[in-house]
Design a protein around this ligand. Structure first.
Ligand code: ADP
Ligand code: MG
Length: 394
């Protein structure tokens, strides 16, 4: 997975097309509620400005389904980017065609232009070759810094690389380094902690990581499917019945490779998964009928800590319980605290998991918080991503 990066190319005076992930959330008033994704791309953009490049930034935003949607224009993002950079950001009304071409032609070295939402054209997600060629015609060099979109082969992440020298941006480089190390050369012992809602999202990743780790800990909604696959009653817990076979495959693989997959010893069960609901702690082997698992229990938390104690690398994905409801958030918060406090190399990935770490204000203490969501999980499953494969090897 060794790929060329912006350090490997001469950008001075060059038109550089930078694919970023500025798919930020907005509130009803049209204000950006979280600009983490914009901030994450700043190092790359700044480095290109300093290098004297003509910086052409491009992103998607939301799901406009192939046509212009006013609420999904990137102008507010351009304004926030300008604020963060402390310099002007020019906006173009389109990402291809005469409007984009004119805006690019007017650029001087060190200028920054943000093209309009790539997904206003259906050809973007279809990876249409002539659309990719049009995007490429705007620039001399392609930089991909959109790690969160790298699991999709779209015109601006894959197609464009057929026409331009293509390298990784600094955010992409950091993601590939941190996650690549988990796959190839983790310090041992190495533990993976998996939780979250669905086994179906995670089977591939769990099976792949099982071959690379020393221990796997399972909590969250996933655990109920595993417990049921072991023949236990799980009451009203969230279970994917069509994943019981996959859960058994994972446990068989664990047996074969002697890498333990550890399930909760006790769980917090509730009558309903909502604020103020009645709840109690029970053994995982005796979930009462009419109750559902909403979090891991205190003995499990301690047991998990014990397993993590000697680890030099910890990868965590997926909340240990329904952490959005405060009374079911203890397992997740304890785990995050532990991961942040340990000296081990700690990597956290996944949309909800990252939200939870950020909410606790601990994102800076963890070794690496992966910005990828689906891309992170797919990289840990397959070892590479289409948008990464497409970049030039170093
Ligand atoms: P990530 O985005 O970090 O990969 P997921 O998307 O897989 O995580 O799962 C996050 C969701 O899992 C959260 O909304 C959380 O409420 C839910 N969840 C965790 N534990 C349980 C559980 N025991 N029962 C139902 N849902 C759960
Ligand atoms: Mg998620």
């Amino acid at each position: 997975m060794r790929k060329k990066t912006i350090g490997d190319v001469e950008v001075n005076g060059k038109r550089v097309f930078v694919r970023v992930d500025f798919n930020v959330p907005f509130d009803e008033a049209g204000q950006i509620t979280d600009d983490t994704r914009i901030r994450s791309a700043l190092p790359t953009i700044q480095k290109l400005i300093e290098g004297g490049a003509r910086v052409i930034v491009a992103s998607h935003l939301g799901r406009p389904k192939g046509k212009p949607v006013d609420e999904l224009r990137l102008k507010p993002v351009a304004d926030r980017l300008a604020e963060l950079l402390g310099s002007t950001v020019i906006s173009a009304d389109d990402c291809v065609g005469p409007k984009a071409e004119e805006a690019v032609a007017a650029l001087r070295d060190g200028d920054v232009l943000l093209l309009e939402n790539l997904r206003f054209h259906a050809e973007e997600e279809k990876n249409d070759p002539s659309f990719a060629e049009q995007l490429a015609s705007l620039a001399d060099i392609f930089v991909n810094d959109a790690f969160g979109t790298a699991h999709r082969a779209h015109a601006s992440t894959e197609g464009i690389t057929h026409h331009l020298p293509s390298v990784a941006g600094l955010l992409m480089e950091k993601e590939l380094q941190s996650l690549g190390e988990l796959l190839t050369a983790p310090s041992r012992p190495f533990a993976c902690v998996f939780g979250g809602a669905k086994v179906s999202d995670k089977v591939g990743m769990i099976l792949n990581m099982l071959q690379r780790v020393d221990v796997v800990l399972v909590g969250g909604g996933l655990a109920a499917t595993f417990l049921k696959a072991r023949g236990l009653e799980v009451g009203e817990s969230l279970v994917e019945d069509d994943m019981l076979e996959e859960a058994r495959t994972i446990m068989a693989e664990s047996e074969r490779s002697s890498v333990p997959v550890i399930l909760p010893l006790d769980v917090l069960v509730a009558r309903e998964v909502k604020r103020g609901a009645r709840m109690r702690v029970v053994q995982a082997t005796s979930v009462p009928a009419g109750w559902g698992i909403a979090d891991i229990g205190p003995r499990t938390i301690e047991h998990f800590f014990g397993k993590l104690e000697s680890c030099k690398t910890i990868m965590w994905n997926g909340p240990m319980g329904v952490y959005e409801v405060p009374q079911f958030s203890l397992g997740t918060r304890c785990l995050i605290n532990y991961v942040a406090a340990t000296d081990a190399k700690s990597v956290i990935g996944g949309g909800s998991s990252v939200d939870a770490v950020q909410e606790m204000g601990l994102a800076d203490i963890v070794t690496h918080v992966s910005t990828g969501g689906g891309a992170t999980l797919e990289l840990l499953e397959k070892g590479t991503l289409p948008g990464v494969e497409a970049l030039n090897d170093s």
